[in-house]
Design a protein around this ligand. Structure first.
Ligand code: ADP
Ligand code: MG
Ligand code: MG
Length: 210
């Protein structure tokens, strides 16, 4: 399974890196409204390091590749989002010792969400990436476990839910991170981390669909 899925996983990582790069200015713009205007640069730096690292890890099992992506993000993204993006991948990668199956992908998604919430101490409504991840992960899990949909359909539904999650951040008052320093002045702005999380999910779907 690792042999078969490896090219898809590597393609997904590259697709995410491309998307982050092309959205860098937009993410910076969002973060300049309610933060310190570095979210685009933080993630672009992180993913370009990941790209450089890929050659060295491209023969590893899936879980090791994902873990290495996490480690690289931790040391290169910085800011609040570094540990939130990197540390969580590192932990959630433990669910992928048998690669991606319907079951392991749910476990991975749940472990990822749990770790983000634990690390950032944020919950739904705090105007963070948790507002994107929570509906996405719950929709994915329900689609697979209750509605017995195939993973690809479940992922498409999760992306729809994530999109609504991003829109949901606009009217919220930020409760975590730098944006919370603005208090009510954060209202009316879309959260950068919620947005980058959506872009990543969209790329995972796009690669899974091919
Ligand atoms: P920094 O705020 O340190 O400059 P970034 O700009 O890279 O870091 O990332 C900001 C994003 O990180 C926010 O838009 C938000 O989605 C996310 N974030 C910040 N703090 C938290 C937290 N405690 N829990 C979850 N997400 C958070
Ligand atoms: Mg910032
Ligand atoms: Mg910063």
């Amino acid at each position: 399974i690792h042999e078969r899925q490896r090219p898809v996983v590597l393609e997904a990582i590259n697709a995410v890196a491309d998307r982050i790069e092309s959205e860098q200015d937009h993410l910076t713009e969002l973060d300049s409204a309610i933060g310190d205007a570095d979210h685009g640069a933080n993630l672009t730096r992180g993913f370009s390091s990941v790209r450089e690292e890929l050659e060295e890890i491209e023969d590893e099992p899936i879980d090791a590749i994902v873990k290495e992506v996490g480690t690289t993000l931790i040391s290169n993204v910085g800011g609040a989002s570094g540990p939130l993006y990197g540390g969580t991948l590192l932990t959630a990668s433990q669910e992928l010792t048998d690669g991606f199956t319907a079951e392991s992908s749910v476990a991975f998604a749940e472990a990822y969400l749990a770790k983000v919430k634990d690390r950032g101490d944020a919950t739904v409504g705090d105007k963070t990436m948790v507002d994107t991840l929570t509906p996405a992960v719950h929709t994915y899990k329900k689609s697979i476990e209750e509605d017995e949909l195939p993973p690809l359909t479940a992922l498409a539904k999760a992306v729809d839910a994530a999109e609504r999650g991003v829109e949901y951040t606009v009217p919220l008052k930020a409760m975590k991170g730098r944006a919370s320093f603005l208090g009510w002045r954060s209202v009316g702005h879309q959260d950068p981390g919620a947005t980058s999380t959506l872009y990543i999910l969209e790329e995972l779907l796009a690669v899974a669909e091919t």
